[in-house]
Design a protein around this ligand. Structure first.
Ligand code: ZN
Length: 571
């Protein structure tokens, strides 16, 4: 959540202040073409430019891949930022000062800044101590090179109860050390270090700032690994270890590797698999999957082959499929983790195994058991997993493979269940039909007067096929009914803002201009279509009333039919 109050007015200010041509011009080369700017689309490969930028309208639109939006969308897409992050970045760059959300938000920001300062101070101490004998011996034994120690900022927390607290006391308030998750308050009120006798692994946010630690014990602590508690900076199931570094490698690797352990992840990075991230001792969450889906198409899940590992892999597969990610699963022998493999077989050994990772349905079939009987028994559960996939073509293909493996005719599987986890919609794919686009273009872009006038009331709502078009028209009609004029920005409260902005960009750049005459003609056509539908419905009702000899209803229906068939104009 943003610390700033990003209300509609502020967002509009940012959008206004940001020069879309300057922002996009940093990513692609733009050439002046009439009133617009033209360049090669950064979102799909092309040789002839079809990417349009309009400085007047503040929007971009690609005629090739249909992506479009405003300057905020562009920054979100290209920099992989959330809406709030994109607005903050643009505000910063174009000198718009954002109002803080509330005293509460201000307090939270101060707390976060203090916690970050405490973690940074601890990092200085930990990384100085990593060269001491015990941590150095441990890291050498695990094959972690000094360069990797430096790159990941590995450190060491001494075994003493108050080593860190005593060092930082005086520089930082006790409550800050507690809030940062570095110290714990005992019953006697005194502080002691949370992390003792552990190799310290810094956990960073997407932007690379320090948010937490993982600690690997060097002693006999039964908790081999210990993470920071949840703090204002750190939410475990929203964080993937090394995602900040891995993001850079996704484009060339064309995949992401997900492993379970810090040292597996670190070892894989060192062996050349920079596209690796690790979950922090939790299941792969929807939040994780969403973050990955924003960056990469394919995910290779590389888990332990024991029972908990297999279960985790099934869960991860389901979650990743629900975000339409392509998934491969590599289960390792129970006594080997990626760290061991890299050490004994090198990067090539790991690459060989990764090449043999199983595709979604192959993995599921494997897990269903060797015989048809086993597979039939497990079929229902496996289908439930593939049904999470939102892409109907892939879903059907996977269902078919599972059914074949279980010896069940695919027709017997029954209805495909709709996925329960709903991910972000694909952009640009789902547009209203041309006639409805023309109406929207008319009332939203070309004919602002039509929004005010009776015109919007004449739009037959039931004749519109597209839900977004219906929602917009309904809002317009409601406002008109209350004697208000709806501004385009008001629509955002009723519909998903991104949907609205993509639609608006498509309207402005793609749909031909709608004149007042066009609009009347289209509305007339819609009304006619509506009238025919109603007449057809009445006809069947009349036939039924005749069969049932229900004379009263029949009279009533005939009256209606007569009235409607004679009417040649709306209203
Ligand atoms: Zn494109």
């Amino acid at each position: 959540m943003s610390l700033y109050d990003l209300n509609r007015v502020v967002v509009a200010q940012v959008r206004e202040a940001a020069d879309i041509v300057a922002v996009i011009g940093e990513v692609i080369t733009l050439r002046h073409r009439g009133r617009n700017w033209l360049g090669l689309c950064p979102f799909h490969g092309e040789k002839t430019p079809s990417f349009n930028v309009s400085r007047d309208k503040g929007t971009y639109y690609c005629f090739g891949c249909k992506k479009g939006g405003d300057v905020i969308d562009f920054v979100m897409e290209t920099e992989r930022l959330s809406f709030a992050e994109a607005v903050e970045r643009l505000a910063d760059r174009f000198g718009v000062s954002l109002p803080l959300a509330s005293p509460e938000a201000r307090r939270r920001r101060d707390e976060q800044e203090e916690a970050t300062a405490a973690l940074e101070a601890a990092q200085v101490v930990f990384s100085r101590q990593v060269h001491e004998d015990r941590p150095r011996a441990f890291l050498e034994r695990r094959g972690v090179s000094p360069q990797t120690v430096l790159e990941f900022g590995l450190g060491f927390a001494r075994p003493d109860w108050r080593a860190l607290t005593d060092t930082l006391r005086g520089k930082l308030a006790e409550r800050t050390l507690i809030a940062a998750g570095l110290a714990v308050q005992g019953d006697d009120g005194r502080l002691w270090d949370r992390f003792r006798d552990r190799v310290m692994i810094p956990i960073r946010s997407l932007r690379g700032s320090l948010i937490a630690y993982g600690g690997r014990t060097l002693g006999d602590d039964p908790a081999k690994y210990l993470n920071s508690p949840e703090t204002p900076l750190f939410t475990k199931n929203q964080t993937l270890f090394a995602l900040d570094r891995a993001t850079r490698a996704f484009a060339t690797a064309e995949r992401c590797l997900v492993v379970e352990g810090y040292f597996d992840c670190i070892a894989l990075h060192a062996a050349g698999f920079g596209e690796t991230v690790a979950t922090l001792g939790t299941a792969l969450s929807e939040h994780h999957a969403r973050e990955l889906a924003r960056r990469v198409r394919r995910v290779v899940v590389c888990f332990d082959g024991d029972a908990p590992g297999r279960k985790a892999a099934l869960g991860a597969l389901r979650t990743l499929l629900s975000f339409d990610l392509e998934v491969r699963v590599l289960l390792l022998p129970p006594d080997q983790d990626p760290d061991d493999i890299v050490r004994s077989e090198g990067g090539e050994g790991m690459a060989r195994r990764l090449a043999a990772a199983l595709a979604e349905s192959d993995f599921l079939i494997n897990e269903m058991g060797p015989s048809r009987e086993d597979r039939r028994a497990a079929l229902r559960g496996s289908l439930e997993i593939v049904d999470a996939c939102r892409d109907p073509v892939r879903r059907f293909a996977m269902r078919e493979e599972l059914a074949r493996a279980a010896g069940v005719p695919v027709e017997q599987l029954g209805e495909v269940e709709t996925p329960r986890i709903v991910a972000g919609r694909a952009e640009g794919a789902d547009r209203p039909p041309a006639g409805e686009m023309a109406i929207l273009r008319g009332v939203l872009v070309d004919l602002p007067a039509a929004r005010r006038a009776e015109t919007v009331r004449e739009i037959p709502l039931d004749a519109l096929d597209h839900p977004l078009a219906r929602t917009i028209v309904r809002s317009l009609q409601k406002a008109a009914g209350e004697g208000r004029t709806l501004e385009i920005s008001d629509l955002w409260s009723d519909i998903d803002e991104r949907d609205a902005r993509h639609l608006l960009a498509a309207l402005e750049h793609e749909a031909p201009e709608t004149s007042a005459d066009d609009l009347q003609l289209i509305l007339r056509g819609l009304w006619e279509k509506q009238r025919k539908k109603k007449l057809a419905h009445l006809n069947s009702e009349i036939a039924r009333a005749e069969r049932q000899k229900d004379h009263e209803t029949l009279q009533q229906l005939l009256q209606e039919w007569l009235l409607l068939s004679r009417r040649t104009t709306p209203g």
